[in-house]
Ligand binder design. Structure first.
Ligand SMILES: Nc1ncnc2c1ncn2[C@@H]1O[C@H](COP(=O)(O)OP(=O)(O)OP(=O)(O)O)[C@@H](O)[C@H]1O
Ligand SMILES: [Mg+2]
Length: 258
C-alpha cells in the first residue's frame, strides 16, 4: 500500500541570480510529510531552510521541482489558484510582531484568518476567534489589545491562533521560538505539541536548535548548503548520525550547552 502523504516535495530547487553569478539556495531536495506528522528541518544559517519553506508556502516562486499538497500539484506563488490550494497550509514566523498590523486588534487579526469562510457570519467569526484564543492559552480580555501590547510569548501565541483559526492541515513553523526566552520557548513547544494531537496537525518545524527540533519532531531532516544530507528519527539523528555534518551540528549544540 502506498502511503498517502499530505505534503510531497520533489526535486525542489531555488536559484537566486546574483550579478553575473547565482546562488543555489535549495538544490533538488525531496521529502514527505504524512497527516499528523512533524518533520523537523535543521541546518546551519544559510543552509536554505527558509527558502524551502517560503517556496512551499507560496511566498517565493520555485525554480524547478514540484510541491504536492493534499494530492494537488501547487502552482507557483503568484496566482489565485495557488492561493486557493494553499488555504489549508499556514506559516508562523520567528518575529510575530512583524506579521501583525500594529493598527489591528488581536480579535480583528485572528478573524482575518477566516477570510476564506465566505459564508460565515460576523458573530460566528468572533466566536471562532475567541475559541481559538482559548485553545492557545490567551485570555478573552486580550481581544481588544494590539499585538505591540503583548509579551513576545503572548504575541507568538496570537500568531499561532491566527494560523490555526481556519483549521489548516499543515503549519510551517520557521524558527518560531528563536526570539523567545528559554522558559517561554518550552511553553510554545508544549502548546504546539498539544495542538498537533488535538487537531491532528502536520508540521514542518524549522530551527537550528537540534534539541528543540528533536523534542517535537517524528522525523528530522538535516540541510547543508541547499541539500538534505540526512533524514531519520530524532533518536537516529542524535545518537547515530551518519553524516559528519550532522555530527558537527550535534557537537556544537552540546558545546553551547556546556
Ligand atoms: N532573496 C534572496 N536573494 C538572494 N539570495 C538569497 C535570498 N534569500 C536567501 N538567499 C540566500 O540563500 C541561501 C539560503 O538562505 P536561507 O534564508 O534559506 O537560509 P536559512 O537556512 O533559513 O538560514 P537561517 O538559519 O539563518 O534562517 C543563503 O545563502 C542566502 O543568502
Ligand atoms: Mg531561515
Amino acid at each position: 500500500m502506498t502511503e498517502e502523504y499530505l505534503l510531497e516535495i520533489r526535486q525542489l530547487k531555488k536559484v537566486f541570480p546574483q550579478g553575473n553569478s547565482k546562488i543555489v539556495a535549495v538544490s533538488n531536495i525531496n521529502f514527505n510529510i504524512s497527516p499528523g506528522e512533524c518533520l523537523g528541518l535543521i541546518g546551519e544559517s544559510g543552509s536554505g531552510k527558509s527558502t524551502a519553506a517560503n517556496m512551499i508556502a507560496g511566498l517565493l516562486d520555485i525554480t524547478e521541482g514540484e510541491i504536492i499538497f493534499d494530492k494537488k500539484i501547487l502552482p507557483n506563488k503568484s496566482c489565485r489558484k495557488g492561493f486557493q490550494l494553499r488555504k489549508h497550509m499556514q506559516m508562523v514566523f520567528q518575529n510575530p510582531l512583524s506579521s501583525f498590523s500594529p493598527k489591528m486588534t488581536l480579535l480583528y487579526s485572528i478573524c482575518e484568518g477566516l477570510r476564506y469562510r465566505r459564508k460565515m457570519s460576523r458573530n460566528d467569526m468572533v466566536q471562532k476567534a475567541y475559541e481559538t484564543m482559548e485553545m492557545v492559552g490567551l485570555k478573552r480580555e486580550y481581544a481588544n489589545r494590539f499585538c505591540g501590547e503583548l509579551s513576545g510569548g503572548e504575541c507568538q501565541r496570537a500568531a499561532i491562533a491566527r494560523a490555526i483559526v481556519n483549521e489548516p492541515k499543515l503549519l510551517i513553523c520557521d524558527e518560531v521560538t528563536s526570539a523567545l526566552d528559554v522558559s517561554v520557548q518550552a511553553q510554545i513547544l508544549r502548546l504546539l505539541l498539544r495542538l498537533k494531537q488535538e487537531l491532528h496537525l502536520s508540521y514542518l518545524f524549522i530551527s537550528h536548535d537540534i534539541a528543540l527540533v528533536s523534542n517535537i519532531s517524528d522525523r528530522v531532516a538535516v540541510m547543508k548548503e541547499g541539500n538534505i544530507v540526512e533524514e531519520g528519527t530524532p533518536d537516529d539523528i542524535i545518537n547515530y548520525p551518519k553524516h559528519p555534518y550532522t555530527d558537527l551540528l550535534i557537537r556544537s549544540a552540546q558545546m553551547k550547552r556546556k
